[in-house]
Design a protein around this ligand. Structure first.
Ligand SMILES: CC(C)(COP(=O)(O)OP(=O)(O)OC[C@H]1O[C@@H](n2cnc3c(N)ncnc32)[C@H](O)[C@@H]1OP(=O)(O)O)[C@@H](O)C(=O)NCCC(=O)NCCS
Length: 356
């Protein structure tokens, strides 16, 4: 029997900004500790972009690496999907900025915003674009510069290692107000090239995507909204409302329930068992969530790799970053059956099943 046409990942690449920031560095500008951050989240360090480096540029670096890895040139790309919740500008999106930066033809670019599920949604969209027959080579990018959300003032110089003079008590107290979120995120980019292949067992097998606007308040940014006049007020900045808010416990409970279920769903759709999975690549928001998903699925720890300790939560960059590392270290070798799963603001969540 002839095998169906498939969307195959033929190249991957990543990019990190230059500033490696340890938990101890953060503890110098707010009331937190390496011990709290490690125990509650598993994070040991993250990378931050300095001023002037945005997610479009970071994403472009990852994209160039992925295109090279696929053995292609920028002019071979037919369409771009750029997933980010931290674009350089509200408008235009990052897609055209990347298109110009890396010298693509005037191909269409889609900006998508499914936050931590951006890569999953992008993979599904890319697969649909390929299967529609309109495009053969999709560049899918997930990139974030969350550091733009951080409300620090003098603290930034300490965080970036430019000064050892800790901020005064007033600033420390202000920085502490958002510590439950600011210690969790990092900046990064990951990209993949997805190509149409007419035959072969490798490629994207199944996806299941879900959204639930009923819990949109669990993870949102209240300040800076086109519902209000003006778009952002001085009062909102002063109240810290331009930093996302999160009901951490609710998101945690939802994540450890819905991600394993989404993995079970794609496996059932494809007629494979959980035991047949070689790897489950889980969105890296919290090590305890990743371990929770692993236990729910009854898999050994080695099948559910993590890198959150080195990068923190990098939202749309997380899954391509982890996938790239698994390709590099041989965990995602030829023939491996991989489930991707993610959950994030929206809520959006889902899973994808992929054969290497
Ligand atoms: C945010 C999260 C790490 C909090 O962990 P937790 O174990 O639930 O933490 P708790 O709520 O029990 O503890 C909060 C306490 O720690 C304190 N705290 C919060 N952030 C802190 C920090 N960075 N350093 C030190 N203490 C901190 C709080 O003030 C609170 O203190 P109190 O009990 O005296 O009031 C966790 O809920 C989480 O990861 N949730 C999911 C996040 C997620 O997935 N987000 C992204 C989805 S894409």
């Amino acid at each position: 029997m002839a095998l169906p046409m498939r969307s195959v990942i033929t190249g991957s690449g990543i990019a990190l900004p230059q500033h490696l920031v340890t938990n101890d560095r953060l503890a110098r500008i707010m009331d937190t500790s390496d011990e709290w951050i490690r125990t509650r989240s598993g994070i040991e360090q993250r990378y931050f972009a300095g001023p002037g480096l945005g997610s479009a540029e970071l994403g472009s670096m990852a994209a160039e690496a992925a295109i090279r890895d696929a053995g292609l040139k920028p002019e071979d790309i037919d369409v771009v999907i750029f997933a980010t919740m931290t674009p350089d500008h509200v408008l235009p999106g990052n897609g055209p900025l990347l298109q110009k930066r890396i010298g693509l033809r005037n191909v269409p670019t889609f900006d998508i915003r499914q936050q931590c599920s951006g890569f999953l949604y992008g993979l599904d969209l890319g697969d649909s674009l390929i299967k529609s027959g309109k495009f053969e080579r999709v560049l899918l990018v997930g990139a974030e510069t969350h550091s733009g959300f951080m409300p620090w003032d003098q603290g930034w110089r300490v965080v970036l290692g430019l000064s050892d003079d800790e901020p005064d008590e007033a600033e420390k107290s202000w920085n502490t107000q958002s510590r439950d979120r600011t210690v969790l995120f990092g900046d990064a980019a990951g990209a993949v090239v997805v190509e149409r292949r007419e035959q072969g067992a490798a490629g994207l097998l199944r996806t299941r995507l879900y959204s639930d606007g009923g819990v949109a308040d669990a993870l949102t940014m209240r300040g800076a909204s086109f519902k209000q006049r003006p778009f952002v007020t001085k009062e909102q900045i002063a109240a810290g409302e331009t930093i996302p808010v999160m009901n951490g416990r609710e998101v945690f409970k939802t994540a450890v329930t819905l991600m394993p279920q989404a993995v079970r769903d794609v496996c059932a759709d494809e007629g494979v068992t959980i035991e047949e999975l070689d790897l489950v690549l889980v969105h890296q928001a919290n090590l305890r969530i990743i371990e929770g998903v692993q236990k729910q699925l009854g898999l050994p720890a080695g099948k559910v790799p993590h890198n959150i300790e080195r990068y923190g939560n990098t939202t749309a960059a997380t899954l391509p970053l982890l996938f790239h590392e698994c390709r590099q270290n041989g965990l995602a070798g030829p023939g491996a059956l991989i489930a991707f799963t993610a959950l994030g603001s929206g809520l959006h969540w889902g899973a994808a099943l992929y054969r290497m």
